[in-house]
Design a protein around this ligand. Sequence first.
Ligand code: AMP
Length: 440
Amino acid sequence: MTNTTFAELGLGQQLLDALASENYTTPTPIQAQAIPSLLAGRDLLGIAQTGTGKTAAFVLPILEKLSETPTKAVPYRPQAIVLAPTRELAIQIGEGVKTYGQNLHLRHAVIFGGVGQSPQVQKMIRGVHILVATPGRLLDLIDQGHIKLDNISFFVLDEADRMLDMGFIRDVRKVAALLPEKRQSLLFSATMPSDIAKLAASLLDNPERVEISPKVITVDKIEQSVYFSEGNEKLALLAEIMADESLYRVIVFTRTKHRANKVSEYLKKRNVPSEAIHGNKSQSARQRALETFKSGDTRVLVATDIAARGIDIDDVTHVINFELPNEPESYVHRIGRTARAGADGIAFSFCAPEERPYLRDIEKLIKREITNVGERPFMAHIPKKPKASEGQRQGRGQGRGQNSGRSQGKRTAANGNDNQTQKRSGPARSRRGRSGPRAA
Ligand code: AMP
């Protein structure tokens, strides 16, 4: 957070009232830096990821400028367009537009693929000031003549690096080619690979550059620990950790869609309300999962990296890396879900022997060692189907059996203790120091 106020940044009263009603008291660093330049008409290159407050950083000045010269929304011809790589992110940005613009008379629409186009087309026929879109559906509707970009004054490209990952860069260039020369352009990206730097150079005119380092969030705000665990013990470990009720809104990350389903099913069978979210799920299933997670009916959201990118949910108490990502940057993105807009958070990672090199890469990137919770037999304490004892026998076979009776007794005591003494930290904090031998 910063020392400045939203009023000092030059926003009008209606926006200030909306921010107050959302309990935003202070601008985040990206808002403090970006809003005045955008109000002054500059282009912007924002190197920042979701969680920094970047949506408000671009939505607020666009709303301010559009409301200063009020015009009626023109059928088919929006004045501002925001391109986002995923439907989830597009919906979230649309929610931001609605929230921050609650006292203004500006219309907006969110369009994305995977659903019928007719309601989207109806909105364009009535006309919107601000359009939030994913590139594929946008181009479809442009081709059919339902959207025209010749009235655009503001162009925002959000999560440009994710656009590149998902193969949308050609579509983005096609959209950009349809925009009027005279416009204000903004590009946001968490990272700046050379393709994105080139794209930025071609889209932006003498931009203000604002860089918010995600590493600061990681190092300063999030309590991170790692459990060393055989792959076949991880489900039991997860169930054990979830017995702690202070973990009430948890995102679990897996590397594959299949594993996400498996983890979610496992938790459900143990009465932990859980939903999986990944690219194979239908749009409506994903939305439902997000909504029940936001409302608190679903305690655990099990997600793959791509599905989770851009998900904006406050008060995620814990992130659990069921598997470590092979890209260390993904670790930063993942655990960033638990430290939204300045709140601190907690992240646990499960590391199987073959994942140790990933852990080393992550520690190198974040320039800090992740707290080692230890290596223990976990299976013994978890209520399980008879089949699971197979895994337990395997664990013993690997030379860690002599601890299990002792640990089991300790664990019961530890759990009792956890529930009384521990509010936010989850098992890692309270168990640290009595978790038996630390792994090498
Ligand atoms: P974003 O990076 O845009 O996804 O924003 C992350 C989260 O921070 C969202 O839940 C916003 O509602 C919240 N947020 C953004 N700006 C502020 C602020 N100045 N004060 C408090 N919360 C904020």
